[in-house]
Design a protein. Structure first.
Length: 132
């Protein structure tokens, strides 16, 4: 019952009822990533490309899509990572959750959230004032 109500009233928890119905009618499961997100493709869109979508496990966060699946979702490749031996490049970083708005968010020295004071200006900057 809880999952039904979440799907009925929220869009950020997995999938909505409309997405569930569309996926059931037109979706073809393509694969799943290591986070449990499931990827689908469907009929052609108005732009002549196949529709592709993801149903997130848990909260919908676009940054949780791994690089290989990101390329497939954005039509950079027609072959999903499940049908090829995809290996991430060394410069591609693993996913880290977006911590903005949480207690673990980055707060630099002098941030209002930290309650600190900004460092004093060292004199290498002259503030503009009108009339000078």
């Amino acid at each position: 019952m809880k999952n039904f109500l979440l799907q009925l009233f929220t869009w950020w928890n997995g999938q909505t009822m409309g997405t569930r119905f569309f996926t059931w009618r037109k979706g073809k499961r393509v694969g799943e990533d290591q986070f449990g997100n499931v990827y689908y493709e469907g009929p052609m869109s108005t732009y002549g490309l196949q529709k592709r979508w993801v149903i997130y496990k848990g909260y919908a966060e676009a940054s949780a899509i791994p690089p290989g699946w990101h390329g497939w979702m954005h039509h950079r490749t027609d072959v999903p990572p499940t049908k090829q031996d995809y290996k991430a490049h060394e410069w591609q970083k693993p996913h880290h959750a977006n911590l903005t708005g949480t207690a673990a968010a980055y707060r630099p020295q002098g941030s209002l959230a930290e309650g600190g004071q900004r460092p004093r200006v060292t004199g290498d900057y002259d503030a503009w004032t009108p009339g000078n």
